[in-house]
Design a protein around this ligand. Sequence first.
Ligand code: PMV
Length: 327
Amino acid sequence: MHASAIAHPNVALIKYWGKRDIAENLPAVGSLSVTLGALSTETTVEFDPALKRDVLVLNGHEQPLEQGRLTACMDAFRALAGSDEYATVTSVNDFPTGAGLASSASGYAALVTAAAAALGLDQHESGSSPGSGLIDVARIGSGSAPRSLFGGVVLLSIDEHGTNCRQLTAPAEWPLSVAVAVTTESKKNITSRDGMEQSRLTSPFYEEWIHSHADDLNAGIRCAEAHDFPALGKLAEHNCLKMHSVMMTTQPALLYWSPVTLACMYKVMSLRADGIPVFFTIDAGPQLKAVCLPDALATVTAALHDVPGVLRIIAGELGEGASVADR
Ligand code: PMV
């Protein structure tokens, strides 16, 4: 009745920000992401008939503030698996938690993968990819978690039935690299979940963000299918800045960048002006992710490392989807 799984965080190149249905935690729009092989979460799920509630221990500490979404995700899992037992979930990240590095995505992807293995549930209802049941359960935990069930370049789309998720290109099929410039190890003050709802309610740009999103997503899919790195970079930076303009015009303002984030953005733009194939993206936190072609990774890593205020660089290739850990 216990199993462990490993998942990698992901970073969206065409992002989502805002919910269509808060109770179902259904994103308002689809998204396109890359899975980050250099960062990992390992999660163990142990079902126990003696427990009266689910318990989450993250990086060695119990997490009472996370109880609501843990219970929602585990309830959805129990409904899928036909089980009524609670579980202890023990999770460890090898990177900063709650700081805009998608720890909730890797966390909930690893959780559902481990929970399914613990109960012997067929995770791959058909074929070799996680089934739609598990994708929906992961989404209840975090809107970006289904993407971490898959490796390489991943598409999450939303339709009347809920969430669909699939791999567009495998890591070996279109090798890309990512250098994460860590600018703080601290947690953000406002969660994505709360922030995006504030944006929906108050940003004058929110409606346009939603309205123009399908064009960005469709263009992103075409770029990925054509392995067109320059076009994807242009589009991803535009989509990122569009999301941040919604965040900044939320009331009260969500200004996730620090001066170091901005300095890293300028550095990436100057590298590109010098002919280096690289672009940036930034989520709900001050860390900058630089996506580049593998031959450029050493140059990009060294350049970002030299930006004053950057604490460290976490760099690597694209990762695979969540998998059960052999024990
Ligand atoms: O659902 P969450 O809490 O993982 O929100 C993700 C929000 C962004 O990272 C800013 C965008 C995205 O698509 O990953």
